[in-house]
Design a protein around this ligand. Structure first.
Ligand code: CMX
Length: 138
């Protein structure tokens, strides 16, 4: 079903400070940065070498943000595990057949124009799993 680990998402309070930490301490490069209003986040993708996998730093845009809620309950730290897929609609259909809840009836817009959905953590051993179909390369 899954082709790669796309990213591991980490909830942070201060995005600029977190980017600086990953650059200065781990030598990672900032691959991409954007604001996703619908998801309530400002995010930065930090490249893990040449692996094509990233660490996604997620800062809340408001107190109502999923990430603000997560930090209030758990503190900062790992919030999600994201797998890359070729066809998110097909993978969602298969996972539904296998008995897990998807959060959205249809995929939403994720990082850099990707199409995303999530498996509910309560159906997946306490892990929020994101499915990422990257935007087609131009
Ligand atoms: N990982 C594991 N468990 C989680 C979790 C997470 N990230 N977030 C919530 N939970 C658990 C809670 O601990 C809680 O468990 P208990 O009932 O045992 O206490 C349960 O799920 C319900 O949690 P909640 O705090 O009431 O949170 P909500 O139900 O309001 O929201 C969820 C949970 C998964 C539906 C919500 O976080 C969500 O919609 N996530 C998907 C979107 C998202 O994460 N967007 C930000 C990132 C954007 C991006 O990646 O681009």
């Amino acid at each position: 079903l899954f082709t790669h680990i796309d990213h591991v998402g980490i909830a942070v309070a201060d995005l600029d400070a977190a980017i600086a930490f990953y650059q200065d301490v781990y030598g990672m490069e900032l691959a991409h940065r954007e604001t996703n209003e619908e998801q309530g986040v400002e995010e930065a993708m930090m490249a893990v070498g040449d692996s094509t996998s990233c660490i996604q730093l997620l800062a809340p845009l408001s107190e109502e943000s999923t990430i603000a809620k997560f930090i209030a309950k758990n503190g900062v730290g790992i919030q999600q595990m994201a797998y890359r897929v070729e066809d998110v609609d097909a993978v969602c259909a298969t996972l539904k057949e296998r008995g897990v809840r998807l959060l959205y009836p249809e995929p939403k817009r994720g990082t850099a124009g990707s199409r995303i959905n999530f498996v509910h953590p309560k159906d997946a051993g306490g892990v929020l799993v994101e499915l990422v179909e990257p935007a087609p390369a131009h």
